[in-house]
Design a protein around this ligand. Structure first.
Ligand code: ADP
Ligand code: MG
Length: 715
């Protein structure tokens, strides 16, 4: 018997030339190979006699081979093999291109089984185009009765007559190949389930050996479903275990308790130009309570764009700084760091504590009640180490090795969803390192404007406590949103002209679709900027902002826009993140149909921040009815949670967290929309840890968890 952790090259048929290809798919061991799960099936389980065949159906027939013919196709080097298959009711032609190797054994008189879709040729005759095939013993055909088809060697077939698994392929590794190896390999491996039996029983799940058999070679739809259910549960269960362990781990560490200085905080809140919403108050209070504890806070503050998360984090900062601890505010972009630096200095302008910003191009430091001053990075680091800086704001430039705080009490991560798992893990490790040196670790507050559906946040951020701001500051007007088809553009351009003449400003966004399209996105935005400036809005000042610009350049343009030196800002998705320009009241999103609702909602959040009525126009480049229907959800509601729930139903969970982002594999992703699985997995995980907190009695489970860790850290 083979073991799951043996290297894959011990398997028959996996020669040297396959190893790199397999590695590209993340397959190094026998276990990895078995866990290369199919993402769908070709259902060939319906058998028919040849005279019953209908064009267009996907079926299996078996019979004798007659008339084999191999010829050179019109294109050189392409061979075509043609043969007729005959059963006791009739015959049918089959053709194969680029003759697959095992077809060499195709001879007249042999018995064969074909599975595939029935096409129709130029003469209007039904035929099999490139069907799957397997040779079968001739004796099997002889035993066949008139009406009943004997499905011979059923357990040996992997390519025809079954629900054939379809795998993610990479050059040179076809599903066909996977099926063959998998079929051979499965019975040779010693498979032990790492999920305890009682959990399998209480959750009605099949065990691992059965699940692997069923997921690769299900005999019917039910078996496939049972297997999927098991694998989805398994992954979510592991993730829950991991997050619960992380949470416990975190709670066992110590952090500086920050007593609540009621008078001081109240005075600050009073000094604000607005009153806090109830949601803001509630969240602030939850944070204050966390900070009072001698264990580090680990809280996620979730609130739609514009709900006012910054001021909540400012109050937390204030509490910490007032106790003479330092605070750090981490942002995903430089633009956002600069905005926070300015905004927070304004909030704190009557106070004398020192705020600094550190990014690649911006290094400033000054007490909040004095004008901001440029300093050198070196000087800043000195001050920081001496504890002379109370709040440091910056991009991940502030979590580098040489950035040493004297006594960091609070880390705030803004727009945390923009940081990858790895960056977050890195941050945590950094903190742990600090812990080794000093024993106490800082409190951690993460903020996100992506209203992740409750189930998802439980699944992905189960180790965090959650605070939700679910109301907007009073007086905020609803953003009027309209889906605009190509023929509607002219009218909108007209509307923009009027608005700009009245002093408003406009965003026109060409958002990023994938990382690889970054260059074409820049090109599109650049060209469109020129076109709009020349042909549509010659009388206005248009700015261009894109990801290929240097941070300093970007800042300058954002500042020009903020200071109204620009009327219209044409931009790639770089403005997505938390920028605050209250006078910008129109948001145009080009190619809106390519985006998830939640993402569009994020873009839209850039407007609607001031006292004027704001608009969002979703430009679509086609007239397809159902894309428009999908986008209309945004016309109807401004509620981020409703939108993300709708999006979850329409597009699945992937967009809230890519696989890479969360470390959650495809198959589990699907079931993330299923609240029940998540809750049950969490309960079971809790139960396991209650009885066996260190998983001492469950070494297999423990090993599996460690594998998951490795997966996430190596992503
Ligand atoms: P986000 O949650 O998107 O980070 P911000 O913190 O940037 O939102 O707040 C958006 C705007 O709303 C800011 O200009 C902020 O000063 C303002 N704001 C925050 N809270 C309130 C409130 N309670 N009443 C009125 N305006 C508020
Ligand atoms: Mg913000």
């Amino acid at each position: 018997m083979l073991k799951m952790n043996e290297p894959i090259d011990v398997v028959n048929g996996v020669g040297k030339k396959y190893l790199t290809k397999l590695e590209n798919l993340g397959i190094k061991t026998v276990g990895d190979f078995l866990y290369h799960l199919p993402h769908r099936y070709d259902d060939f389980s319906e058998f028919k006699k040849i005279d019953q065949i209908r064009i267009g159906e996907t079926i299996t027939v078996q019979g004798r081979v007659t008339n084999v013919k191999t010829s050179q196709a019109w294109k050189r080097r392409m061979t075509i093999t043609e043969a007729y298959i005959e059963d006791d009711t009739g015959n049918i032609k089959a053709t194969w291109f680029n003759t697959p190797a095992p077809l060499r054994y195709l001879r007249e008189g042999k018995a064969i089984r074909l599975s595939g879709k029935i096409s129709v040729d130029k003469k209007q005759e039904a035929f099999f185009s490139h069907p799957n095939f397997e040779f079968i013993p001739v004796s099997a055909l002889q035993r066949e009765q008139e009406e009943t088809i004997i499905q011979v060697d059923d357990d040996d077939s992997y390519n025809t007559g079954i629900m054939a698994p379809v795998y993610h392929e990479t050059a040179g590794l076809k599903s066909f190949w996977f099926r063959r190896i998998m079929k051979d390999l499965l019975p040779q491996v010693e498979i032990n389930d790492f999920i305890p039996n009682d959990i399998l029983e209480s959750q009605n799940l099949i065990d691992l050996p059965t699940a692997l058999q069923h997921i690769h070679f299900p005999r019917n739809q039910e078996e496939a479903e049972l297997a999927k259910k098991r694998f989805a549960f398994e992954k979510i269960f592991l993730i829950q275990l991991k997050t619960l362990l992380l949470k416990k781990d975190w709670q066992q560490k110590s952090a500086p308790p920050i007593p609540f200085n009621e008078d001081f905080i109240k005075a600050f809140v009073k000094s604000l130009p607005f009153t806090l919403t109830n949601s803001q108050k509630k969240c602030t209070w939850q944070i204050i309570k966390d900070l009072e504890k001698p264990q580090p806070m680990n809280r996620l503050l979730e609130g739609d764009v514009g709900t006012g998360k910054t001021v909540v984090s400012a109050i937390a900062t204030l509490s910490v700084v007032n106790q003479l601890y330092q605070a750090a505010l981490l942002t995903p972009t430089e633009v956002l760091a600069v905005q926070h630096y300015k905004g927070l200095r304004k909030f704190f302008r009557k106070l004398d504590f020192t705020i600094a910003i550190l990014t690649r191009s911006e290094v400033h430091c000054a007490p909040a009640n004095q004008p901001s001053k440029k300093i050198t990075r070196k000087k800043l680091l000195e001050k920081l180490a001496q504890g002379k800086i109370d709040l440091l704001i910056g991009t991940h430039a502030i979590i580098q090795k040489d950035v040493i705080f004297k006594n960091l009490g609070l880390i705030i991560i803004d727009e945390q969803h923009r940081f990858g798992v790895r960056q977050r893990a890195h941050l945590q490790q950094e903190t742990l390192q600090k812990e080794k040196e000093k024993k106490e670790i800082p409190h951690l507050l993460s903020m996100t404007a992506t209203p992740i559906p409750r189930t998802l946040s439980l699944a992905a951020f189960g180790n965090l406590d959650l605070s939700i701001i679910d109301e907007f500051p009073a007086g905020r007007k609803k953003i009027i949103t309209k889906v605009i088809k190509p023929q509607g553009r002219v009218q909108i351009y007209q509307f923009i002209k009027q608005s700009v003449q009245q002093g408003r400003q406009v965003f026109i966004i060409f958002p990023l679709v994938t990382e690889t399209s970054k260059i074409s996105e820049v090109k599109a935005a650049t060209e469109e900027h020129q076109r709009l400036q020349k042909e549509i809005f010659p009388e206005f000042k248009l700015g261009l902002l894109h990801g290929k610009m240097k941070p300093a350049e970007k800042n300058k343009i954002m500042q020009n826009f903020k200071n109204k030196k620009l009327d219209i800002l044409v931009s790639t998705s770089v403005v997505e993140v938390g920028v605050d320009i209250p006078n910008a009241t129109i948001m145009i999103i080009e190619g809106a149909e390519r985006f998830g609702l939640a993402q569009l909602h994020q873009f839209r959040g850039r407007v609607g921040r001031g006292k004027h009525q704001s608009y969002c126009f979703l430009f679509t480049s086609d007239n397809v009815a159902n894309t428009t229907a999908r986008l209309r959800v945004l016309e109807k509601t401004n509620d981020g949670f409703k939108i993300s729930e709708a999006d979850l139903k329409l597009r699945g969970p992937g967009q809230f967290m890519g696989t890479a982002q969360s470390g959650i594999p495809d198959i589990a992703m699907e079931s993330l929309s299923d609240v029940k699985t998540i809750q049950q997995a969490r309960q079971e995980a809790q139960r396991v840890l209650e009885f066996d907190p260190k998983l001492k009695k469950l070494p297999a489970l423990k090993a599996e968890l460690e594998k998951l860790d490795a997966l996430i850290h190596n992503e």
